[in-house]
Design a protein around this ligand. Sequence first.
Ligand SMILES: NC(=O)c1ccc[n+]([C@@H]2O[C@H](COP(=O)([O-])OP(=O)(O)OC[C@H]3O[C@@H](n4cnc5c(N)ncnc54)[C@H](OP(=O)(O)O)[C@@H]3O)[C@@H](O)[C@H]2O)c1
Length: 235
Amino acid sequence: MTIYPKNPIEVVNINLCSLNGKIGRTRSESTPTRHEQGITCDEDFALMERIVSESDAVFIGNRSMGSEKGAFSVAHMRKNKNLPPDPFWVIFTQSGQVYPDNHFWDQNHIPKIIFKCTDFNLSSKPQLSVESKVIKENEFPFLEGNINGLYLYLSQRGAKKAALFGGGQLNGLFWQHNLVDKLYLTISPVLIGGVGAPELIESSIPYLKQLSIEECRFSNGFVYLTLQSEIKVKK
Ligand SMILES: NC(=O)c1ccc[n+]([C@@H]2O[C@H](COP(=O)([O-])OP(=O)(O)OC[C@H]3O[C@@H](n4cnc5c(N)ncnc54)[C@H](OP(=O)(O)O)[C@@H]3O)[C@@H](O)[C@H]2O)c1
């Protein structure tokens, strides 16, 4: 049995995929477009909102955020909960080049962090440099360092739980490095073909993860799974 270090921030991965494990038809498809095509549904969006309303941070790949029209607020669901109105939205990038035209940068009520991650290994000592980046005349925190550096930064700001939205490349990195505690997976009754269609997990390194089903629910043609990741942790 392999023992891994304990994840200082609980990470729950939330995604919707087709019957053949695709999370979209192209690499730049927004959630509203998937909704129009019947790939996703209102109930799945409500689930996503609930998970985000219970989280202190949202982790999302630069490309996925570039495909969306922006973030969504959960402030109305967090009233009277002694929490900041919205969680931090953390954009993971390797290039450091975010999509400046995205409406996201105009959403002043959403706290944002751009994070250039150099290392996803939980055993590494925290490392982080904090600078700022100007986008559309506003300054945003631009962090560069390893995942433990980010976790420390977020923990110092009261964060305990993060919702990992993907896409497939970011999911792949988190699963590869045993950084996911739970998976909320909605299976849509569609098959998606096409060479460029992104997968739920994309990784150049082969790996196998064991998960156990905590809940399985069927509603209006969609299957809603809650799965526990079987990682054994060192306290
Ligand atoms: N169905 C769903 O639930 C769901 C959920 C999310 C997304 N999606 C869809 O999935 C598609 C995008 O998925 P994707 O797999 O192509 O991309 P992705 O995982 O969203 O983002 C990949 C980005 O992550 C950054 N990245 C890669 N390696 C990194 C590293 N080592 N450290 C830090 N950042 C790193 C890169 O940013 P840079 O390019 O800046 O280097 C890369 O562009 C879109 O169509 C989106 O709508 C679907």
